[in-house]
Design a protein around this ligand. Structure first.
Ligand code: GLC
Length: 569
């Protein structure tokens, strides 16, 4: 039985749609809202409960919609407000909820507020943004922008610098100004009153900057200091979120998930401890950082399983202890494809995609599936730099050439591993033109060349596909309350197998996931022979046991047992 004290979003699975890349209904090479509406049945069939849409608002698309010029209109490339209303209505009819991206750390420099803001220091909108006088004819501090270069841009008309933690076309809003906060709350009400079901909040932990704007430490290989030193989890962020909660969120039955880079578990629980009334969940990056190296994200390192176990286990136990709730994800629009990064996108693509799904979906929290993950879509491998669109990728390519003098081959290798465009390529629906995404001659971003083999049509025809496996994982969450409520316990520190238990008063869910490339033996810590048990799901046909309780695990094997602890054989 599901515990009734849980909220609907704690029993849900989220499916993330990147609107530009999901489905193109009007054949112009760009995905759109009507395209999403056409595919609602697909998401319903998978079994997800909530759809998160990346930004759909008017934008010059410098950062693919994360630079918003009007928060109350739909970008014309994606459709109209009528299309959105229709999408929301149809989704609700199918029992699907929709959450939108709320991007309010910054706007576009084309937003009317910013255009006014830079006219003069006396303009009523000047104080909507963060302006500082030059210090000794220089930037006010050494903060670097997330996308390269300084995070300050000088504007002649006012003789000041404005802050942009991201691209210079994404000026940071000044949350100290209560008018800005009221504007944001109004925007939220506008969408909530339309009936949306919540928000994913973009870099929401960056909205309060340290008042003295201290220099950040300059680490090797960087010209500028780290901005987040003075901007992440700043002094007033919790006041602002409490205010947002009391003025807006608590008046609606909605879900919120905040994106919180540079946030450890101790900081994270302050956002999601339900007694504090701020947010429901956050996205942390601890597992995403496990393969960072000398060049940060764009290094050629691979993660180590022992680190992954430590990180994910910590988040599992600490969240439960501190009255919070985890978000569970392998991938999103900013990350490489899960199967390429954490599994094997060659020979073992299908089994390793299923194994990763098992590991994540049997944990406590709300799982997020990024479009295409459910069919095991992979990174791009055979590309040139001219195939890319993402500003971060293009900037890294330039910087690595000019500043670090790396070879083109080396740079492309890391881009193949980490570029955000790996995730953003068009959804692969079929083996026909442009993977069935669009019938236009060109798509806004190159279709992955493996679409003939990896696509939804193929997955639907194959009963052993990743798609049906994900469908079953979701079904298990909906039908076995232990998946939602069981206490998490890591089993051991084996370097090839990630196994854990979920425990309640009379059951154990035993999850065994191998990350080994070869067949291995694994000693199961529970004597299953004595206890009533069954396999709930596995990505292989059978599991052989020897007399000593060793299980033979094929490469990337995953198996989940449900064990009745009070009923012996
Ligand atoms: C978040 C978004 C990312 C965007 C950045 C700036 O990290 O997920 O796509 O570039 O914020 O808005």
């Amino acid at each position: 039985m599901m515990s009734d004290s849980l909220k609907w979003w704690q029993k849900s699975v989220v499916y993330q749609v990147y609107p530009k890349s999901f489905n193109d209904s009007n054949d112009d090479g760009v995905g759109d809202l009507n395209g999403i509406t056409e595919k609602l049945n697909y998401i319903k069939e998978l079994g997800a409960d909530i759809i998160w849409l990346n930004p759909i608002y008017d934008s010059p698309h410098i950062d693919n919609g994360y630079d918003i010029s009007n928060y109350r209109t739909i970008d014309s490339s994606l459709g109209t407000m009528t299309d959105f209303d229709q999408l929301l209505k149809k989704a609700h009819e199918l029992g699907l909820k929709i959450i939108l991206d709320l991007v309010v750390n910054h706007t576009s420099d084309q937003h009317p507020w910013f255009k006014e803001s830079q006219k003069s220091k006396n303009n009523p909108y000047h104080d909507y943004y963060i302006w500082k006088d030059p210090v000794n004819n220089h930037e006010p501090n050494n903060w670097g922008s997330s996308f390269g270069g300084s995070s300050w841009e000088y504007v002649n008309t006012v003789g000041q610098y404005y802050l942009h933690l991201f691209a210079k076309q994404q000026p940071d809003l000044n949350w100290e100004n209560s008018k800005v906060r009221q504007e944001v709350f109004d925007i939220m009400r506008f969408w909530l009153n339309k009936g949306i079901d919540g928000f994913r909040m973009d870099v929401i932990n960056l909205i309060s900057k340290k008042a003295d704007f201290p220099d950040g430490p300059v680490v090797q290989q960087k010209k500028f200091g780290d901005y987040y030193y003075g901007a992440a989890n700043g002094p007033k962020v919790h006041d602002y979120l409490k205010e947002m909660n009391s003025q807006v969120l608590r008046h609606y039955d909605v879900v919120t998930v905040g994106e919180t880079p540079h946030t450890n578990i101790e900081e994270a629980v302050k956002y999601v401890d339900r007694r504090r009334h701020e947010l429901d969940m956050v996205f942390h990056f601890d597992h995403m950082h496990l393969d960072y190296g000398k060049y940060g994200k764009f290094s050629k390192n691979r993660f180590k399983l022992k680190d992954l176990k430590i990180v994910l286990s910590r988040w599992q136990t600490e969240m439960a202890k501190h009255h919070g709730w985890n978000s569970l994800y392998w991938s999103n629009h900013d990350q490489a494809r899960a199967v390429s990064r954490f599994g094997d996108d060659g020979k073992y693509r299908v089994v390793s995609a299923k194994m990763l799904g098992t590991l994540l979906h049997m944990m406590q929290g709300t799982p997020y599936i990024f479009e295409g993950e459910e069919i095991g879509m992979t990174n791009l491998h055979d590309t040139r730099i001219s195939d890319y669109n993402d500003l971060e990728t293009l900037d890294v390519y330039k910087r690595f050439q000019n500043d670090y003098h790396l070879s083109k081959e080396d740079i492309m290798k890391t881009i193949h591993m980490k570029s955000r465009d790996n995730a953003r390529t068009p959804m692969q629906w079929s083996d026909s033109k442009n993977a069935g995404f669009s019938s236009f001659n060109r798509t806004w971003l190159k279709v992955n060349s493996n679409f003939k083999d990896i696509n939804v049509d193929q997955a639907k025809k194959d009963p052993n596909s990743v798609f049906y496996y994900y469908q079953k994982l979701i079904w298990l969450r909906h039908n076995y309350s232990i998946v939602t409520t069981g206490e998490y316990r890591l089993i051991d520190n084996n370097s090839q197998v990630f196994s854990y238990e979920r425990v309640n008063s009379d059951e154990i869910l035993l999850v065994i996931c191998s990350f080994a490339h070869e067949t291995i033996q694994y000693k199961v810590p529970i004597d299953l022979k004595q206890l009533k048990h069954k396999v709930l799901i596995s990505n292989g046909d059978h599991y052989e046991w020897d007399d000593n309780g060793n299980i033979i695990l094929q490469p990337y094997a995953a198996v989940v047992y449900l064990i009745k602890t009070k009923q012996e054989y």
